[in-house]
Write a protein that binds this ligand. Sequence first.
Ligand SMILES: NC(=O)c1ccc[n+]([C@@H]2O[C@H](COP(=O)([O-])OP(=O)(O)OC[C@H]3O[C@@H](n4cnc5c(N)ncnc54)[C@H](O)[C@@H]3O)[C@@H](O)[C@H]2O)c1
Length: 443
Amino acid sequence: MKTSRRKFLKNTVTTMAGIGLASALPNVVSGKAHPLSPNDKLVVGLIGCKNMGNANLKDFLKQPNVECAALCDIDDEWLNLRAKEVADATGVKPKLYKDFRNLIENKDLDAIIVGTPDHWHCLPLVYACEAGKDVYVEKPLANTIGECNIMLKAARKYNRVVQVGQQQRSGKHWKTAMDYIQFGNLGKIRRIKIWCNFNYGGGQLAIPDEPVPEGIDYEMWLGPAPKRPFNRHRFHGTWRLFWDYGGGLMTDWGVHLLDMGIWAMNLTNSPKSVMSIGGIFGSAGHSLETPDTQTVLYEFDNFSIVWEHNGGIQTGPYGRNYGLAFIGTNGTLIADRNNWEVLAEDAGEGKKRTAIVPPQVSDNLDHINHVANFIECVKTRQKPAADIEIGRQAALYAHLGNIAFRTGHKIIWSEEKSKIINDNQANKLVTPAYRKPWQLPKI
Ligand SMILES: NC(=O)c1ccc[n+]([C@@H]2O[C@H](COP(=O)([O-])OP(=O)(O)OC[C@H]3O[C@@H](n4cnc5c(N)ncnc54)[C@H](O)[C@@H]3O)[C@@H](O)[C@H]2O)c1
């Protein structure tokens, strides 16, 4: 379908107006016997306070009628600092916890924000759902596919609203890019190329293990992950480069960017197969287990998705260190968090096969809109923009990329059987073994 730029923008405006109307639709997630009404105060608690959890909380506190009544962290330094910041900003002193299970028992809380590392998403979310709390959980939904499946079941069983921190789903310029692609302006999409080059993905020069610093409950930080000596590079922030806690750039950025491919193509299935190659090729002597150099091929019937990342550098194709190129027969749409644009193919005689679209710039409100969307959905009981099923699908794609890399095999995932059907070795990476006393929940 061909759409002129003016018609496209007009259609987009109409679509956006439609989003507002959607809030009048019947509820899709049933909730408490007495759900919050639009003007009721929402009381939230945060688990994992240092970085993204805190960024989330700040945007919650910018919304009307939101109070933070509880904070939990295993590190006294960050717990106390955030407690002071919340009290100074709001005048309310939050209750402080070092064990998230006690925070979840707090009956004053309506919703929980989970801002812990990836290996610590599953249990807090499941326990919070069981306790009747709605959850804003950071991405990737979990550190394994098996945990993601359990979390989805828990959210549905207990009728909870769960927003996953894939805030691009609430980004206006991402929505207009998706509309542009879905209107067919690019012709047939043959390939989606995704790339992601960040210095942090190459780790830092290795440092020795050390005694656990005072004020840190390291046992609680490890939780269900294997016991290991304390090392700062496996801890705050840099845990992402170690398999026990994260999946490197593939899952850290992969879920954000793969999700845009999934959205554009309306993918509800898994890829036909997944292959991956790579290694630690540019970061000798650094602390990391996840590859600094990785390529993943996702096979579909009549197009493919190609993921590439390079940790340790920050330059990339089309002058962008990360992004997506939706390559169609008429043109290529290139997008990142700043803007999207279209490069049109030549049609001969000085004509183009589609209109060139100059950069369509982001309003940079993705994150705050994502938080506002969650709060609205808690009240209306609708599914939020990055409902848990969306988070689970993006995490599935990213984890399959890592499993294909770690086994070196082409793998085939079956949604019906919920397993990799052609490789027993790969299947062992689907569901983690939890270290006692922690147990993978049964839903
Ligand atoms: N949506 C985004 O754009 C975005 C950006 C950055 C990070 N994230 C996600 O946010 C999550 C946290 O990442 P980060 O960069 O903030 O990590 P971080 O290491 O900086 O912070 C994690 C915090 O969780 C605490 N913590 C760990 N285990 C805990 C436990 N059992 N109980 C209570 N607190 C515990 C840590 O002490 C620390 O304060 C990750 O899942 C990450 O992928 C999302």
